[in-house]
Design a protein around this ligand. Structure first.
Ligand code: IVH
Length: 699
């Protein structure tokens, strides 16, 4: 085959794949390939067509932007085309900052060349992952709202857009006879998660991502359905206008939009040059995981509007703006096997072994499948082609299976009949998603996990006793329970271990010794009671004040375990803040287990009597102050104060800090990038304070 015919064949193949993907994404709302894979195919086709101009066809997916409008809604011809954005990609495999960001640096260079300027100001905006819309206001009144469609023609969704509360139906202040405002409709994560839960509860297929959920919500034929969806809107530009003089800079446009009453993202900032762009990009990348909505990159736009006309656009992409996307977080690969890991509470976690794939800036060969319910829900089989997702620092996960590519010999994943580590029995309680190895600390995997948790910084806090060393002391020094750390380790034995000097052995012994003096809350957290986190442990400690009191309550509650109503089970434990029936059951069962009681007894028994000698100060009476009797929840990043410091400040003034917002919460202390807790507080009418307001209250 000649080079030309093979290029033609490949181009036809790519077109067919891309059209199929477009159809599934835009029309069926059921994508089969990841965005990253789509982008990859798209740019391959673009390059082929550029190298072989005779291959360009009017029906190529590269010749249009977006999907065709649905016949369900009236068509709206945009008076000014809604452009698309040129994309620049990071090359993570390149060496050095300069080469990795070469495409962005090139963009800035071209802009500077055309404008003949040494340095250029841009406005950096988050690239929201939603849908672009056009809103026409006549004499301040919203008269028409449309989707972007293919950029030329969109769909009239005025009724649906009117249901978005943050979108002004009438402009404030001085208004021109006509102005078109453009922006993005999107679904914040809390709303998305709710839609997923609701769909699952109804037994329907949940939306695959916030963007699809937003698209589905906006394109409802009945706007009452749209109205129930928590859609949000940010304005980022204008289109046609009459009787309004376009300002000189984009930042002035944004100010005008705010003055008219539009929400404009707080994250938008002016920056200078490629360096400024990069600094912004990196800073927002850090914040990204904490934002209450999904963003998939940053848009850099030339601030000077006259400069924009000079630059113009090429094939519907302006040369004055660029979309700089975060590295692909999704990739397609083959699931080669499923293995089972045992966690510190015995939880059996299925782990996917993958054909290695580069995603989100790293090579990934393992991904979590969470639990067997998830395996079944996603219908994952060995041999399947799967979409792997990696968001920020979190563990990569198998997002979904590409069913169309399932091989005939794909194998169903089965829970192993016994623990792969210790051979113990595996049990799955009724109604529980998680199967567990029942061997407790006799299972080496559980023992290792339990010890890692026990010594961790927020638990008993033994500095210098890491995962590797713990594995070593289990095998070489016969450590079988957390109490053995205190009973079986001494400087001589530790110094004899591989790669341990006398000095570090002594340091470790000192650290172990220091950890004997702790707090009741830390001790409870260190025990590793399933589903009892740091906050609940602290709440339990505060509520009961002593181990004896807690054990007595747990024991008394056991009698109510089978009560008809959930609320009547474990009533004593459930009276503790944020403890519901599930957590209460876990606590009661943990303390009822003789093996656990034996370890606890040894841990707290004085050293003279052969115990580990862990102790803590008697409970202080709660402080009195401006916040006495008040319950607060902390969320977001507080300026110059860690969460622990904020909690201490509240407690020192008599207040109580809990983990989740409920009707009983008196105040929410919210910092930057507050998410679902803020939304919940607003919904429940819980007053929200910033740090300054809190300090004001305390005086
Ligand atoms: S400006 C030429 N600004 O990205 C200007 N678009 O790839 C085009 N988007 O259709 C739009 N955040 O859906 C612009 N801050 C932002 C954006 C943004 C997200 C989306 C929008 C648009 C697509 C273009």
């Amino acid at each position: 085959m000649s080079e030309k015919t093979s290029a033609a064949k490949r181009a036809a193949e790519l077109r067919q794949q891309l059209e199929q993907a477009n159809h599934r994404y835009y029309v069926l709302d059921a994508p089969e390939i990841s965005d990253a894979e789509y982008d990859q195919l798209f740019s391959e086709l673009q390059q082929l067509e550029a190298a072989n101009p005779e291959l360009k066809a009017p029906d190529s997916p590269t010749q249009r932007v977006g999907g065709a409008p649905s016949p369900m809604f009236a068509a709206v011809r945009h008076r000014q085309p809604m452009l698309s954005l040129r994309k620049a990609a990071i090359d993570l495999k390149a060496e050095g900052r300069e080469l990795q960001h070469a495409e962005l640096i090139d963009f800035d260079r071209r802009v500077r060349e055309v404008l003949a300027k040494a340095a250029v100001d841009y406005i950096a905006e988050p690239k929201l992952d939603g849908l672009a819309v056009s809103l026409i206001y006549e004499h301040g009144l919203l008269v028409q709202g449309a989707t972007r469609g293919d950029g030329e023609t969109g769909e009239d969704i005025t009724q649906n857009l009117r249901t978005i509360r943050s979108l002004p139906l009438r402009l404030r202040g001085e208004v021109p006879p006509l102005v078109e405002v453009r922006g993005e409709v999107f679904l914040p994560l809390a709303g998305f998660q709710k839609m997923v839960r609701d769909a699952e509860a109804r037994g329907e297929k949940p939306p695959v991502n916030p963007r699809n959920a937003a698209a589905g919500s906006l394109r409802q034929l009945e706007s009452v359905i749209t109205a129930k969806r928590p859609l949000a809107f940010y304005a980022y530009g204008t289109g046609v206008s009459e009787g309004w003089t376009l300002p000189v800079r984009h930042r002035d446009v944004l100010d005008q939009l705010k003055a008219w009453g539009f929400p404009v993202s707080e994250l938008i900032q002016p920056v200078t040059g490629a360096e400024g762009c990069l600094a912004y990009f990196e800073a927002i990348g850090e914040k990204r995981a904490r934002l209450p909505f999904d963003i998939d990159g940053v848009v850099f736009k030339l601030d000077d509007l006259a400069g924009r006309s000079e630059l113009g656009s090429v094939s519907r992409e302006p040369r004055w703006a660029v979309a700089y996307k975060f590295p692909a977080e999704e990739a397609v690969t083959v699931l080669e096997n499923v293995e089972f890991q045992i966690g510190r509470t015995g939880a059996v976690t299925p782990v996917a072994r993958l054909r290695p794939v580069f995603v989100g800036g790293a090579n990934v060969s393992n991904a979590t499948l969470h639990n067997m319910d998830e395996v079944q829900r996603k219908d994952v089989r060995i041999g399947d082609t799967v979409i792997v997702r990696r968001a920020g620092d979190v563990i990569p996960e198998v997002k979904e299976v590409v069913l169309a590519q399932r091989p005939a010999d794909a194998r169903v994943v089965l829970l192993p009949p016994s623990c792969p580590v210790c051979g113990g029995a595996i049990a799955r309680e009724e109604g529980e998603a998680i199967a567990r190895c029942t061997n407790g600390l006799s299972c080496r995997a559980q023992l290792h996990g339990a010890l890692i948790h026990f010594v961790s910084r927020k638990a008993i806090d033994i500095d210098g006793l890491g995962e590797k060393l713990l594995a070593l002391v289990i095998d070489a020094l016969d450590v079988r329970t957390p109490a053995d750390i205190y009973l079986k380790l001494d400087a001589a034995k530790l110094a004899a271990l591989e790669r341990m000097g006398e000095k570090s052995a002594q340091n470790l012994v000192d650290a172990i010794d220091a950890s004997r003096n702790t707090t009741f809350g830390r001790f409870l957290f260190a025990l590793g009671i399933p589903v009892v986190g740091e906050t609940t442990a602290r709440d339990l400690a505060q509520h009961y004040g002593s181990l004896t009191a807690l054990l007595a309550a747990a024991e008394a509650d056991l009698a109510t375990e089978h009560a008809e109503k959930k609320k009547e089970r474990f009533p004593l434990l459930q009276s503790v803040t944020d403890v519901g029936p599930t957590v209460a059951a876990s606590i009661a069962h943990f303390f009822a287990e003789p093996r656990n009681r034996a370890v606890i007894d040894t841990l707290v028994k004085p050293r003279e009597e052969g115990g580990a000698g862990i102790h803590w100060p008697a409970p202080k009476a709660a402080a009195e102050g401006a916040l006495t009797g008040k319950t607060l929840v902390i969320t977001g990043t507080l300026p110059g104060l860690s969460r622990e410091e904020a909690a201490a400040l509240i407690e020192a003034n008599g207040g109580k800090v809990t983990g989740s917002v409920s009707a009983k919460t008196d105040f929410l202390l919210a910092g930057e990038a507050a998410g679902s807790k803020l939304a919940k507080a607003e919904k429940l009418g819980v007053p929200v304070l910033d740090l300054a307001a809190l300090r004001g209250l305390i005086g």
